[in-house]
Design a protein around this ligand. Sequence first.
Ligand code: NIG
Ligand code: FE
Length: 383
Amino acid sequence: MTSLLVTNIGELVTWDDDRPVIRDAALVVEHGQVTWIGDRTAAPDADSVHDVGGAAVIPGFVDSHTHLVFAGDRAAEFEARMSGRPYEAGGIRTTVAATRAATDEQLAANVARHLALMRAQGTTTVEIKSGYGLTVRDEARSLAIARQATEETTFLGAHVVPDPSTGSGTEAEVGAYVELVIGAMLEACAPYARWIDVFCEEGAFGADEARTVLEAGMAAGLQARVHANQLGPGPGVQVAASVGAAAADHCTYLDDADVAALADSGVVAGLLPGVEFSTRSPYPDARRLIDAGVTVALATDCNPGSSYTSSMPFCIALAVREMGMTPLEALWSATRGGAFSLRRDDLGHLAVGAKADLVVLDAPSHVHLAYRPGVPLATVLAI
Ligand code: NIG
Ligand code: FE
């Protein structure tokens, strides 16, 4: 048995109930798990020792919402938005065309490239959705590729109606597409997915369709998560609460009943500030959610349309600066909050028994993540 003592930690963020943050700390890792945490001066002997020289150590970031299986980019759309054009859900179809035209190898290489960038910024767990294939074949291969990269894969066949004759699709086109999603597409995708998701929004899918998709996915053994209340007020959060979803993500436009539904149901609110940055939209009110007792996660939503960032530290900085979160709250949401969103008790913390996903900061405390935005401070400790 080999054990590693990580010591001389200026600030250790564990999220342990008794000692969530320990100064002048040490930690022991065995077989990839944390087996001891405490004061540096009380640390036990171990087979090897790693001295971090007074740096802060935090749990690896858990990015609970990304769309990494895609081809191409939409830089021109972003450029147009920065000249005043609004973001529209229909832009998704541009990426669908590029994704369908790409080979499996190209898609897998793109996923690998983004995962490497994420890891270089401290992310150790990533959820990946399909949703840019929107045919049985293209959704299934998207998820097979995602599954090579992570256990946390999500079937998002209900992203938008592909190839509509007009606007977001006639009622008949939407109905027929939902039938395909809950039929042949779900059957082909379920073996590669842990989660089922739906974009419940004006221009995408309404409350009834969203519920139909989620319930079919749950009947096939998947767990539910929802894209909710992103572009305007709507039923997404209420649908998420009514089916017992793990998460309602975006939550930008909420009324009091939505906030109460999140608090009462325990559905995690996933906030994705890269979206508001990249679409020049008002940020969600994290303070209001936290004060109401809602569990909040932070994630990148990395995708080529609404949020082309893979940086969790950037999202933390935005959440602190623009959304009323303290640096400690934002760090919690980017680690433990993400783990709650994925219903993973082994991730996002460094208490005894947790997975030893350690990130060393080139800084003495977690505050520097928001205080020094854009500076690459986080390094995953290779164990
Ligand atoms: O989470 N909201 C729906 N889907 C993505 C956007 C996808 C796109 O614009 O390509 C999101 O923001
Ligand atoms: Fe998304």
